[in-house]
Design a protein around this ligand. Structure first.
Ligand SMILES: [Zn+2]
Length: 331
């Protein structure tokens, strides 16, 4: 997850809804993260390399903890990875702190001296982008969805303020770095005898979700379009997400890397639990709306049948219901 700093307060509807959204957004922000911290920066050489697994030749993944941000986990609560070509390296997500990013970079440097040409962010959430600062000295091209820059600009201050106390010392050196190169549709990146297919998607988990597919091994980094173990978090469109899942399920992939959960998951079976949960929310919320049940009651009751299936359920389910309720109320 993520302390996916969801700080969106969308154009509101009823006063009750507006209040619920404000509370929801505040809670989310309180869980969230970020922006540039001041202080001395540790030398890269002192960094312990992140643990990574080579899930396919030249494709490495670090698996973050299923936790919210704490000083103890130092923002290491999401998956990140890197892909090594014959001429260059691409990083996919950078972890939830500069320290997490430095650890990932140390893992790269333990394996190759090739230049880090691209740093790709799968979406805006702090646990996926706060480590970007660790790579600035490598002068890579920072890459993201064409809506990522605006999304980060809108939430930057909230992310930084809310997450500074959560990360404690690990907030040191955190910066919000927007992509220099924006992806619209599909683009191909070349690492030397190795091509990455980077695709920007319509609104789903967020409005700036990006997938990265290593064509050579048919391995796709899904970002938070796929959660495993960690409860899915809705910060975009639950209907859009379900629709996108149907489309992605048709992709011919050997394995996928979720944003949270074990790497190297089989495809499309990996989608089953997440689809079940999100579809269940939609079905129940539509029923509550039809019966005129208020959001406050819906947020307490809907989804509880899934509680045992997910980690961090209590941290995100009610917020998911609130977000989806607002979307489905105006169908
Ligand atoms: Zn996320």
């Amino acid at each position: 997850m993520s302390v996916d700093g969801v700080c969106v307060i969308s154009s509101c509807n009823t006063p009750v809804l507006r209040f619920a959204k404000l509370v929801s957004a505040w809670l989310f922000c309180a869980l969230a993260i970020h922006v540039s911290a001041i202080g001395p920066v540790k030398a890269d050489t002192s960094t312990v390399p992140a643990q990574v697994t080579e899930i396919a030749p030249g494709v490495f993944v670090h698996t973050g903890k299923h936790e919210l941000f704490t000083p103890h986990n130092a923002g290491d609560v999401s998956n990140s990875g890197f892909i090594i070509g014959s001429e260059a390296v691409a990083v996919v997500d950078t972890g939830g702190s500069r320290a997490a990013g430095l650890a990932l970079k140390a893992a790269i440097r333990a394996r190759t001296k090739l230049p880090i040409k691209y740093v790709i962010n799968t979406h805006m959430h702090p646990d996926h982008v706060f480590g970007n600062a660790a790579f600035v000295s490598d002068n890579p091209e920072f890459i993201g969805h064409y809506k990522l820059a605006n999304a980060l600009a809108a939430r930057k201050e909230q992310y930084l303020q809310a997450n500074k106390p959560l990360l404690g010392d690990a907030f040191e050196g955190v910066e919000v770095i927007a992509p220099a190169r924006s992806i619209r549709g599909v683009e191909i990146l070349d690492l030397g005898n190795r091509k990455l297919r980077v695709e920007a998607h319509a609104t789903a988990h967020t409005d700036n979700d990006l997938t990265v597919k290593d064509e050579q091994t048919a391995t796709m980094f899904m970002g938070d379009l796929l959660f495993s173990g960690h409860i899915p978090v809705v910060d975009g469109s639950i209907k859009g997400w379900l629709a996108l899942m149907d489309r992605l399920a048709a992709e011919k992939l050997t394995r996928v890397v979720p944003g949270h959960g074990p790497p190297s998951m089989p495809w499309p079976d990996a989608l089953v639990p997440q689809k079940r949960y999100l579809q269940s929310l939609v079905t129940q919320i539509r029923d509550y709306i039809e019966r005129g049940v208020p959001l406050s009651k819906a947020a307490r009751e809907i989804g509880v049948d899934e509680k045992q299936a997910w980690l961090l359920f209590d941290d995100f389910n009610a917020r998911n219901v609130s977000a989806a309720f607002a979307e489905l109320e105006w169908e």
